[in-house]
Ligand binder design. Structure first.
Ligand code: FAD
Ligand code: SF4
Ligand code: SF4
Length: 467
């Protein structure tokens, strides 16, 4: 039996003092020695539980074995067989609650760093394009056209899979850049944009066409697409409509939705104003409301834009925070102040309508609610204020109603997401599938990719059976 090694390799990081002033990637990636050392910890389980923990079913022990044997083209090939975006997933997947949670070494507190190894292989591929083996694409030319709405992870993974099956695939994307949240949401210090572009280029190299600036529901509808000769449509427009607190003062100047704040920074490069056109004003004292990855990203952007004090306002405790542990630690290292068990009562402004403070309630935790987390309870007469000049509301997002309202026969849930059959991604409308955040509400990159793959398989078998 293989010897158990619980010494998980740490991720090298950009030094703290420099990283607080730039948008370059914080995690630097394993050295070749670290990658081999970490790969050697894998026990090569005959029935590997880690694979079931990955929503796209990567053959994890196989790619790690190839890496161990220095056969990097084979390691790349194994990854790409199941995952068209490994450089992205290796960086942003919540591995601790997916593949690594299921690793047998997780019980001993030191799962194999599967995501970091995946990133290492994907980065090797980027720097050795001449050595990469082509995937077995274009099994059959069916002469059938398929439309995908949205170029985020769900749309990209569905289109890659369908193109490899031999379909003619066109993605219609509303914005002037492809990639969805990967491009306009997650900041470059976590996910560099050249990595995203490289993986989008790979999907295009499989034959997928991406048409930008195409807002479906405005310039044409899903019904128009079906009339124009597309045999099936996969809806993957995400869930981009921000949610707000609905408390007094929320219209004051200086309050952003996290969506707007991060889009200005990522897509429009507001931090390079005036070199780029879009400005962004971040003051000296910033409150970010929320405890998820989006809140951590917004807070860490505010640090990089020069704010002196950045607060995270979260109504539960650290244990219930949905943000990835790694990102919480990075935020705290960078000086973000966690104001836990607090909940906004109102925003306060001056007579010119400018935000000056936030009033908060103190909270305590009660019984577990139906999310499995302990319910936050307001402590009466516990109000206190913090002086701030900027607030960023990062409470989550919901589906945009544009596509549902412009498409006939599409059933919705009471939350406004599209109703689908979880096993196939099929909707109530003939020839239309849906997946990703539009079907589930805001979730993760890898769950959106998994949904894209499931829909591709279902579309393929439907089209084969209908001739
Ligand atoms: P999206 O990525 O939202 O893509 C949808 C695409 O459809 C967009 O490009 C949009 O412009 C386009 N579109 C919308 N409407 C139309 C229309 N009418 N016509 C044409 N195109 C349209 N997940 C993780 O796993 N790890 C993380 O660390 C993480 N961090 C995150 C940080 C932030 C700031 C945010 C916002 C999310 C984060 N997530 C993270 C969540 C993850 O990014 C999403 O769950 C995932 O991107 C959803 O994929 P999707 O393809 O369904 O939608
Ligand atoms: Fe793990 Fe994500 Fe890679 Fe799957 S894609 S093996 S869940 S890091
Ligand atoms: Fe390797 Fe862990 Fe998967 Fe076993 S469960 S094959 S140790 S990564």
């Amino acid at each position: 039996m293989a010897k158990i090694n619980l010494n998980r390799q740490p991720m090298p990081k950009q030094p703290l003092e420099s990283r607080k002033n730039n948008f370059d990637e914080v995690a630097l990636g394993y050295t070749p020695e670290q990658a081999l050392e970490e790969a050697s910890r894998c026990l090569q389980c005959p029935k590997p539980p880690c694979v079931a923990g990955c929503p796209v079913g990567i053959d994890i022990p196989d790619f790690i074995k190839a890496l161990r044997e220095h056969d990097m083209p084979e390691a790349t090939h194994i990854l790409k067989r199941k995952n068209s975006l490994p450089g992205i997933c290796g960086r942003v997947c919540p591995q601790e609650s997916q593949c690594e949670k299921s690793c047998v070494l997780a019980k001993k507190g030191a799962p194999v760093a599967i995501g970091r190894l995946e990133r290492y292989v994907a980065d090797w591929e980027r720097s050795h394009p001449e050595l990469v083996r082509k995937q077995g694409a274009h099994i059959d030319h069916h002469g059938k056209k398929i439309a995908i709405v949205g170029s985020g992870p769900a749309g990209l993974s569905c289109s890659a899979q369908l193109a490899q099956m031999g379909y003619e695939v066109t993605i219609f994307e509303a914005l002037h850049s492809a990639g969805g949240v990967l491009t306009y949401g997650i900041p470059s210090f976590r996910l560099p944009k050249d990595i995203v572009q490289g993986e989008i280029d790979y999907v295009k190299s499989l034959g997928v066409e991406i048409q930008l600036d195409q807002v479906i529901g405005k310039i044409s509808t899903v019904d128009d697409i079906l009339k124009n000769g597309y045999a099936a449509v996969f809806l993957a427009p995400g869930a981009g409509a921000p949610m707000f607190l609905n408390i007094p003062g929320e219209n004051l100047n200086g309050i952003y939705s996290a969506n707007e704040f991060l889009t200005r920074i990522n897509l429009m490069k507001a931090y390079l104003f005036p070199e780029y056109d879009t400005p962004i004003k971040t003051g000296n004292r910033v409150a970010v409301i929320g405890g998820g990855n989006v809140a951590m990203d917004a807070a860490r952007c505010a640090v990089r834009l020069g704010a002196e004090k950045v607060y995270i306002i979260y109504r539960r405790s650290r244990t219930e925070m949905p943000a990835r542990q790694e990102e919480r630690e990075n935020a705290e290292e960078e000086g973000v102040i966690f104001t836990l068990l607090t909940n906004p009562k109102r925003f306060i402004g001056d007579d010119r309508g400018k935000l000056t403070a936030i009033e908060l309630y103190k909270m305590k935790l009660g019984e577990h609610d139906d999310t499995g987390r302990r319910r936050p309870i307001t402590i009466p007469e516990s109000e206190f204020t913090i002086d701030i000049d900027t607030a960023i509301v990062a409470l989550g997002t919901k589906p945009n109603p544009l596509i549902p309202s412009s498409t006939t026969d599409l059933d919705l849930t009471r939350w406004g997401s599209v109703k689908t059959d979880a096993a196939t991604g099929r909707t109530s409308k003939d020839s239309v599938w849906c997946g990703g955040d539009m079907a589930t509400g805001a979730a993760t990159v890898i769950s959106a990719m998994g949904a894209g793959k499931i829909a591709a398989t279902s579309i393929d078998s439907y089209l084969k059976n209908t001739g």
